[in-house]
Design a protein around this ligand. Structure first.
Ligand SMILES: [Zn+2]
Ligand SMILES: [Zn+2]
Length: 363
């Protein structure tokens, strides 16, 4: 089958293979999924650029939806033919964290656990984020398969698995934005737009979007931003820009870019008692420094893995909001393309000119 294989640390070190295969029979709780749609996320770019220090060869891609084609003998979560959104957690489903409703904290499948479900000409190939979605079929555990109604378009469904769950989950599950709160969002890409629309759904009064691309303003406002600040020039000061709109600072500042300097500035733009949400993921070896006094006044710095999601609760809820016309997803999809569209998608991500490309590995 076809799939994309990374062997290096540059965007052009990804190549299209016609000779990928899934290795071995399914174990009792595994599921084989035909990937119908896979969004190209900022984390795929970071993965390909070596910021996560993962071994190669590796199939990137992790924001995906598809159709179940085979189930292991003990699988009960889904059946052949079900449409599913894939979760990156790969959690065990039966430890104390899974049982208490925090599958993202599962220690039996730690963040960055490595699997090699694929091979190319007999050579083992890793997956990214427990999925490896830029491929025609992949193998995951049943806890990663969240069934959705067949009426849900699969390209829009794919986005729910990462950018929507991550952005909306940061608002709903972690910061818990309340009606009338003020919000700043640094980075108005795929995840940032979902922070914005979830803040709107939560009843935030001011939603200040900050981005370095002027082209993001229209979409940011469409998703619910009340103000857009263009991060223009080397001397741009996001703290001063936010405080000119919300003089005391904001109740919640979301850093979505994954930049440690911006995270420090997010701390400084938050009002006393507020939340600083570290949504974006920098190089995993990065260290953050910030002025001590800027966090001191009862602010909370929130580490957030994938929106603090409970996929089996959150994904159907988000799909339901979409099907009822309350959540924007189609507006995020700038392009669809085959697997050969990855380079263009990376170019667009790096220039900040579009929200999302969705790859359709099976056409
Ligand atoms: Zn992602
Ligand atoms: Zn577990």
């Amino acid at each position: 089958m076809q799939g994309l294989i990374l062997e290096g640390t540059t965007t052009d070190s990804v190549r299209l293979s016609d000779d990928l295969e899934l290795v071995g029979a399914l174990t009792p709780r595994q599921v084989r999924v035909e990937v119908r749609a896979a969004g190209v996320c900022g984390s795929d770019l970071s993965c390909v650029l070596g910021k996560y220090h993962l071994p190669t060869p590796l199939v990137p891609g992790h924001e995906a939806a598809g159709v179940v084609v085979e189930t292991g003998a003990a699988v009960t979560y889904c059946s052949v033919g079900d449409h599913v959104i894939l979760s990156t957690f790969g959690n065990c489903g039966h430890c104390d964290d899974c049982e208490s409703g925090d599958p993202g904290n599962c220690t039996n499948s730690a963040l960055g656990s490595l699997k090699q479900p694929f091979a190319e000409n007999g050579r083992p190939v890793y997956n990214f984020a427990n999925i490896g979605a830029f491929v025609q079929q992949t193998t995951v555990s049943e806890s990663q398969c969240i069934p959705i109604p067949a009426a849900m378009p699969l390209a829009a469904a794919a986005l729910v698995g990462c950018s929507v769950a991550t952005g909306a989950g940061a608002v709903f599950n972690r910061a818990r934005v309340q009606i009338g709160d003020t919000v700043a969002v640094i980075g108005a890409g795929g995840v940032g737009l979902n922070v914005i629309q979830a803040a709107r759904l939560s009843g935030a009064s001011a939603i200040v979007a900050i981005d370095r691309a002027a082209a993001k303003e229209a979409l940011a406002r469409e998703f619910g931003a009340t103000d857009f600040v263009l991060a223009d020039g080397d001397d741009f000061d996001p703290v001063a820009a936010v405080k000119s709109l919300c003089p005391a600072g904001v109740h919640h500042a979301f850093e979505v870019v994954g930049d440690t300097a911006l995270l420090a500035q997010a701390i400084s733009m938050t009002r006393p008692g507020g939340n600083v949400a570290a949504v974006g993921v920098p190089d995993l070896g990065a260290r953050v420094t910030y002025p001590f006094l800027d966090l001191h006044q009862n602010k909370s710095l929130l580490g957030i893995r994938a929106g603090g999601a409970r996929p089996r609760k959150d994904f159907p809820m988000l799909v339901d909001l979409y099907l009822r016309g309350r959540l924007k997803l189609d507006e995020m999809i700038s392009h669809t393309a085959g697997l050969d569209g990855l380079q263009d998608a990376f170019d667009a991500l790096q220039s900040g000119t579009e929200a999302r490309t969705v790859l359709l590995p099976n056409g």
